[in-house]
Design a protein around this ligand. Sequence first.
Ligand code: EPZ
Length: 421
Amino acid sequence: MDSIIVRGGGALRGEIPIAGAKNACLALMPATLLSDEPLTLTNVPRLADIATMTQLLQSLGAEVQSLADGQVLAMSSHDARNHVAEYDIVRKMRASNLVLGPLLARHGKAVVSLPGGCAIGARPMDLHIHGLQAMGAEIELRDGYLHAVARNGLKGAEIELRFPSVGATENVLMAATLARGTTVIRNAAREPEISDLATCLRAMGARIEGDGTGTIIIEGVERLHGATHPVIVDRIELGTYMLAPAIAGGEVELTGGRRELLPAFCEKLEEAGIEIEETADGLKVSRPNGRVRSVDVETAPFPGFPTDLQAQMMALMCTAEGVSVLHETIFENRFMHAPELMRMGAQIEVRGGTATVTGVERLKGAPVMATDLRASVSLILAGLAAEGETVVNRVYHLDRGYEHVVRKFRGIGADIERVSN
Ligand code: EPZ
C-alpha cells in the first residue's frame, strides 16, 4: 500500500488546474444507458472511481472508450442488453446505484446490488426506491439485490423527496426522461452536478426545467439521441485546494474555479480571514499574515456548506485562533479524520454529529491513517503547515477522487512525495 509523506514548510505559491467533477461524471456516465446513440464526455477526471464506473457499464454491455489520456470517454450502449449490476463492482463504489434509473427506463427491468454501507454512513436507498416506485416500478430487495421491474414502462409522477438526496434526484431525473408523461420532483437536490446532468440530458433531447431549484419538471420523450458534453469543474477539488494556502500561507490560483460553485464555503473562508479574488482564469486565494480566525460550520445540502469539505475545513480550524464548532448534518459518521488530526496535536472533542476544535499554534507531523476519500486529503492539508513529517497511510482512498494529487500540491511548492511500502 502506498503512503504520502508531507513535510511542513513555508508559504505556497503557484497555480493548480481544477479537473472535471467526479460526482458529476459518475452521474453522467450511466446516462449513456438511456440512448442507443453515442454519448461522449469531455473534461473527464482521471480517477479510480471513473475506472470503476467504466467497468460497471462495460459489464452491462456498454462500450466505453477512454481517449485523450483519459480526459474523453466515448460511450455507446447500443448493444447493452445486461441489466444486472453485480455486487463485486457495486460494493466498491456507491455511485454504481446510479444505473438503476437508466436501466429501468431503457430495459424496463434492473437488478442492482445494494451498495452496502461505507465508512461515513449506512447510505440507504429508500428515497431512490420510493421515487421509482411512484413512477410504476415494482422493486423488492432479495439476497442483497434490488430487483426492479416496470412491466408497462415508467409513467410520470409527482414525487416529493423527504430529503434532497443527490443520488435519488439523479436516478429519478434520468428515469423520468423516458417515462410516459410528466414527472415533478419536489425538494430535489440543487447541487451544480444535478444541473450539469440536466444540461447533458437536454443535449440528448430530454425535456427538463427547474434543475438547480428545488422543483424539477420533466416531460418524458420517446427516445434520446447521442450528444457530446463537457463535465463541469469539480467544486470539491476546488475547495480542497483553496484550503492549501489558507492553511500554509501564500497565494495560489485555482484555474477553472468559480465562486458560485461554493457560495457558503467561500463566505466561511472569508469570515476566517482568507482573501478570495475572482480572476479571468479562476479564483486566487491568499492568507494575510497571522493566524486565521475560528469559525463555526454546519454542513447542509447545496447551496449550504458541502459535507464533502467538512473534513478539509476541520484541518484549517485546527490551527485557527479560537474555538470552532463543526456540525455534520448529512452523514452520521463523518469525523474519522478527527482522531488522526489529534495524533498531530489538534484539540478536538467529538460528540455525535458535532466536533469542537480549539485552535493550537501549530500541529506536529505524525504517521496517520486515511479512512475515507475526503478525510485522507484533510490529513495532507494538515501536514502542509505541521512541524516535521506527516506520513499518510492507505492513500488508495485518495486515488478515488483526487487526480494527480502529489503533482498538484508539488506544483505550488509543497514538500510532498508518494512512496510504496
Ligand atoms: C452524493 O452522495 C455524493 N456522491 C457524495 O460525495 C456527497 O457527500 C453527497 O451526495 C451529499 O452531497 C456522488 O455524487 C457520487 P445523498 P449521495 O443521497 O447521492 C441519506 C464524495 O466524497 N439518504 O445526497 O449518496 C444518506 O444516508 C461523496 O465525493 C437516505 O436516507 O448522497 C445521507 O445521510 C461522499 N436515503 C444523506 O441522505 C436515500 O435513499 C445524503 O445522501 C438516499 C440518501
